[in-house]
Design a protein around this ligand. Structure first.
Ligand SMILES: NC(=O)c1ccc[n+]([C@@H]2O[C@H](COP(=O)([O-])OP(=O)(O)OC[C@H]3O[C@@H](n4cnc5c(N)ncnc54)[C@H](O)[C@@H]3O)[C@@H](O)[C@H]2O)c1
Length: 320
């Protein structure tokens, strides 16, 4: 069965996912798209023979659309994800699930009320071979004690500010830490070390985030977004009986190079799971937990304090 897909937001990653769903993923066809920039939507639609529709709601309501991909700006995600749930359609939402924890919770509640999993969130690192091999290796190395992580970008635009290092960038590490450890982050703290001379007035760069998990695993995460030399994601997990690191992919310049294959696998699996009627990827609960952890980390940086991450109880609907 071909899954007929509607895409809301045909900007940079929306167009990349349309290409992926058309050229890479079997069993998928993009049939409708929209963007508030109608010309952008028309161009994207013409490239794959899809319909360009006026609004996201039109795409969701289109009877020819089986499943929806939301790749518009973050503040618009909650509205479209809730509309897709109301329409009973599967929805893949790029991160963030919503820009507030309260909106993430509304989605979690609406999905439970619908009675089945419909939402997947775009935490694509879980599909990276290096992280998958790390997760497998951890099962043979005894209790995890520490994680050392770094996320370096060559540069960011001047409008990028200190909170975005957490809300836009560190959220990927926050999700992957939770996924690797199968537990939640309990506290967050942020240390601002010696700064690059290339920092902006409104951007502390680098920042070092310190997390403790529920079981006491200590994690340090360097986020350095104007590092100049390349796109460099590092992760070492230290256990009682050994340590495991991500392989070194050599010098790369963008997240597209580093995680292109992970995006391909993510969408291949999403389409298969939609066909099977059984979503298995990152859940709305993951989107909510990451949002709450991200909010606590922002508060930690602003106040200089260690801040507790206070999640609601995890509903049985989302498994253990
Ligand atoms: N998983 C990842 O690593 C990753 C990477 C890049 C971007 N993203 C996420 O994907 C989303 C889009 O990012 P982008 O880089 O493509 O941004 P972008 O600005 O290039 O594209 C967003 C598009 O959405 C459109 N849009 C905004 N509001 C809309 C609305 N109400 N209805 C329809 N279209 C609307 C804009 O006109 C724009 O074309 C963001 O949430 C971003 O965080 C995730």
């Amino acid at each position: 069965m071909t899954v007929h897909i509607g895409v809301v937001g045909t900007g940079m990653i929306g167009r990349d996912h349309i290409r992926r769903l058309t050229d890479v993923v079997a069993g998928a066809e993009v049939v409708a798209v929209t963007d508030v920039d109608a010309e952008l939507a028309r161009e994207a639609a013409a490239g794959v023979g899809a319909r360009a529709l006026p609004t996201g709601q039109d795409v969701i309501d289109d009877p020819g659309v089986d499943a929806v991909v939301v790749t518009s700006w973050g503040p618009t995600h909650a509205e479209y994800v809730l509309a897709a749930i109301a329409a009973g359609k599967y929805v893949f939402c790029e991160k963030p699930l919503a820009t507030t924890a309260a909106d993430c919770l509304r989605i979690v509640e609406a999905e439970q009320a619908s009675g089945r999993r419909l939402v997947q969130v775009g935490f694509m690192r879980r599909y990276d071979v290096g992280y998958q091999e790390m997760k497998q290796a951890l099962s043979g190395l005894g209790p995890v004690l520490l994680m050392h992580c770094a996320h370096r970008n060559p540069s960011v635009p001047t409008e990028y500010h200190s909170d975005m290092a957490i809300q836009d960038t560190a959220v990927h590490e926050i999700d992957i830490i939770r996924w690797l450890l199968d537990e939640e982050i309990a506290t967050a703290q942020v240390v601002v070390p010696k700064q690059t001379t290339r920092k902006f007035e409104h951007l502390r760069d680098p920042q070092v985030m310190l997390f403790d998990t529920e079981s006491g695993v200590r994690i340090d995460l360097e986020v350095f977004v104007n590092c100049q030399y390349g796109y460099d994601v590092r992760h070492e997990t230290v256990c009682e009986a050994g340590a495991v690191r991500l392989p070194d992919p050599g010098l790369l310049h963008s997240w597209k190079q580093r995680f292109g294959a992970a995006f391909d696998t993510e969408f291949t699996e999403w389409v298969s799971s939609v066909q099977a009627g059984n979503l298995v990827g990152p859940t709305a609960w993951d989107g909510y937990a990451v949002a709450v952890t991200s909010d606590a980390t922002v508060e930690a940086r602003r106040t200089g304090k260690t801040v507790s991450v206070r999640l609601k109880d995890r509903p049985a609907f989302y498994g253990s």
